[in-house]
Design a binder for this molecule. Structure first.
Ligand code: ARG
Length: 643
């Protein structure tokens, strides 16, 4: 439908003098500004003019942003009186509408009409004008207006090839997104001391790590915070039980305690069954909070044992975290609550001190009726600390969706207190990254037959041993060393667990299924890791030194499947930015899967080794492998190079 009224217009070649030839934009070499383009100052958001040259290094690799800059100039020339029109550029989802499109015409037309006029007959005419006013750039091969004024852009093959070659030479980090913030806190994993680290914490660890990695890649300084539950009334019973079982607490260690979760259960049993014990436990909390040495030491012992268990999971998953548990914020709570009280936010209610928030049917309790602090007091204080002491501009919390309301209330209180701006998307800001449940085959909460809860270590062990068995079945142990088998089994096994978690929209529940996640078919880490290894083996088999080819070779995208693959590679930066700013790792997974599909298509239709285009195609293979590896890296997956 949109296509019927489309009109193709080829922009003149960059070198030919033409009315449309305003200046070459994309590589941003200095040339005088053409008189025809009146830039209404200030040139906003996308780059600046310095000594007459548009500085563009900012957005290298981000095609969408590069195009947005070009369209911004065109919009300024088209409607010089409209100073606040942001270019709307999106990737086209349907091939016949070009590679990208600018969607400003419709909105702009209504805006002009609303102001009682404008020289345009309708949105398509606005589209035509935007197209005609496009400065000349080597990025664009051709443009056409479709339907109600979409300006569709076909990128130049030559420019695409050149950009990919430049990335090959300069490295993929030159394609990293540029975000406007400097520092972020990602609060993730955050298990509770002496309680089991369950699959929910596994999800938080995997999703949080990926978000942290994407932000770090985008040059944000990320504080990776493990907000462990290391404070609270449960420590009273744990400590008392510890004293009962081990009168000499110096002798206590993991082996003595054995299973910390069983220990927790036993303490709870004592607490519920024996009122005298209960009383002692309650007193122990007060003595711990009062800082009494014996109690502090016992608490520290229990934390240390848990920590060792958590660390072994992090080590396996290669996840870095810095622990700043709930106890860390404890000393700051009174003054934060006092500040909020002075602002008139805190009220008395049924003996507790609370903040009433519009839109919520329960208040946020900040001091319990017994005078103690709770989860919310700690989270408010941690937020205050992160904003004021750590100067974080974006604070991201990764927990199951069940905690959504808690975070919404904390964020709202912070807005009322004036800690955060009330407008969405303004910094500093907070985001809750919620995720759904992990389900078993039976569709119920994931459990194993033998134990009530699934131990993470056992899960990882099984993933590894299953992938090891496959490697042995394929007789890899004949050619590979023991280490190679082991490392590959780990990369594949742990990668599979991570990818199965990340590939779905995080808000949906997902079913944990080893057979599915370890299958080498379909959208799995195994399939993707194998695809990468296959590309590496093509390059190896060519016998060519790819580093040398990068320096001397030429890349071209003549064949349709080469072009589709090349365009997909060029979308990497904008996809990472999208996944990162929307906090949705599944967007990156989908990109990676499609990349591998596009590669397969290219490889089955374009001969690489021994063809006339061998050099160019090897370079395309290498670029694909590089982008895949960066995706793996961002997803926390270790790539494999042979299969
Ligand atoms: N320890 C909590 C739990 O296991 C998660 C903590 C999340 N972070 C936070 N700042 N509240 O549910």
């Amino acid at each position: 439908m949109l296509c019927s009224s489309s009109l193709a217009l080829l922009l003149p070649p960059a070198s030919s003098p033409s009315l449309l030839s305003f200046r070459r934009l994309s590589r941003l070499r200095a040339s005088p500004l053409p008189a025809a383009v009146k830039l209404s100052p200030p040139l906003r958001s996308y780059g600046v003019y310095l000594n007459g040259a548009l500085q563009d290094e900012e957005n290298v690799g981000n095609v969408k942003k590069l195009l947005a800059r070009v369209f911004e100039l065109s919009l300024q020339a088209t409607v010089p009186d409209e100073t606040d029109v942001e270019p709307i550029v999106t990737a086209s989802t349907v091939g016949r509408f070009g590679d990208y499109q600018c969607n400003n015409a419709m909105g702009l037309f209504s805006k002009l009409k609303g102001k009682g006029g404008g020289q345009f007959r309708g949105p398509p005419a606005v589209g035509q004008a935007i197209m005609k006013n496009l400065p000349q750039t080597e990025m664009i091969e051709s443009c056409f207006v479709a339907g109600p004024g979409f300006v569709n852009v076909v990128l130049s093959n030559k420019w695409m090839a050149k950009s990919i070659l430049k990335m090959l030479l300069d490295g993929i980090d030159t394609w990293a997104p540029k975000l406007s913030i400097k520092r972020a806190v990602v609060d993730f994993s955050s298990p509770n001391i002496a309680k089991e680290m369950h699959v929910g914490h596994l999800r938080s660890t995997i999703i949080g790590d990926t978000i942290a990695r994407m932000l770090e890649f985008s040059h944000v300084d990320v504080l990776r915070r493990n907000h462990v539950g290391d404070w609270g009334t449960q420590f009273g019973m744990l400590i008392e039980h510890l004293f009962e079982k081990f009168p000499n607490i110096e002798a206590v260690n993991e082996t003595a305690i054995g299973d910390l979760q069983a220990f927790y259960k036993a303490s709870k049993q004592r607490f519920d069954d024996d009122s005298e014990f209960k009383e002692r436990a309650q007193k122990a909390v007060v003595r711990l909070q009062g800082g009494e040495k014996r109690y502090r030491d016992a608490w520290a012992q229990i934390c240390a044992i848990s920590r060792r268990e958590f660390d072994s999971v992090y080590k396996r998953l290669k996840v870095e975290l810095e622990e700043k548990g709930e106890s860390f914020y404890n000393p700051f709570i009174p003054s934060v609550i006092e500040g909020l009280t002075n602002q008139g936010l805190v009220e008395e209610s049924e003996g507790a001190r609370v903040i009433f928030l519009e839109g919520f049917n329960i208040p946020l309790i900040v001091v319990k009726s017994d005078g103690g602090y709770n989860y919310a007091s700690t989270d408010l204080t941690a937020l205050w600390y992160r904003l004021n002491e750590e100067k974080a501009e974006w604070i991201i919390y990764v927990t199951d969706v069940g905690q959504q309301q808690h975070f919404e209330m904390v964020f709202k209180a912070a807005k009322i207190a004036g800690w955060l701006p009330t407008e969405a998307n303004k910094y500093p800001r907070t985001s809750h990254v919620g995720f759904g449940l992990v389900l078993g085959e039976d569709g119920k909460r994931f459990r194993t037959r033998s134990t009530e809860v699934v131990r993470l270590v056992d899960l990882l062990d099984e993933a590894k041993s299953r992938s090891k068995a496959v490697l042995e079945e394929r007789e890899k142990d004949k050619d590979w060393t023991k280490e190679e088998i082991d490392q590959t089994a780990e990369a594949v096994g742990y990668g599979a667990v991570k990818y199965a978690d990340l590939k779905n929209n995080r808000l949906t529940n997902y079913t944990f299924n080893f057979d599915q996640m370890l299958s080498d078919k379909g959208n799995t880490a195994v399939y993707l890791l194998y695809a990468h290894a296959r590309i590496c083996s093509i390059i190896r088999k060519s016998g060519k030194d790819v580093e040398e080819l990068k320096k001397t070779g030429v890349l071209s995208l003549e064949h349709q499947d080469e072009r589709v693959l090349g365009l997909h590679l060029l979308r990497f930066s904008e996809i990472v930015e999208e996944a990162c700013t929307n906090l949705l790792p599944n967007i990156l997974c989908e990109y990676l899967y499609n990349l591998s599909e596009n590669f397969s298509k290219f490889y089955s239709n374009c001969q690489v080794i021994g063809s006339a285009e061998e050099t160019s195609r090897l370079l395309l293979c290498e670029a694909t492998a590089m982008v895949m590896r960066k995706c793996f890296f961002l997803l926390g997956i270790t790539p494999v190079y042979k299969i």
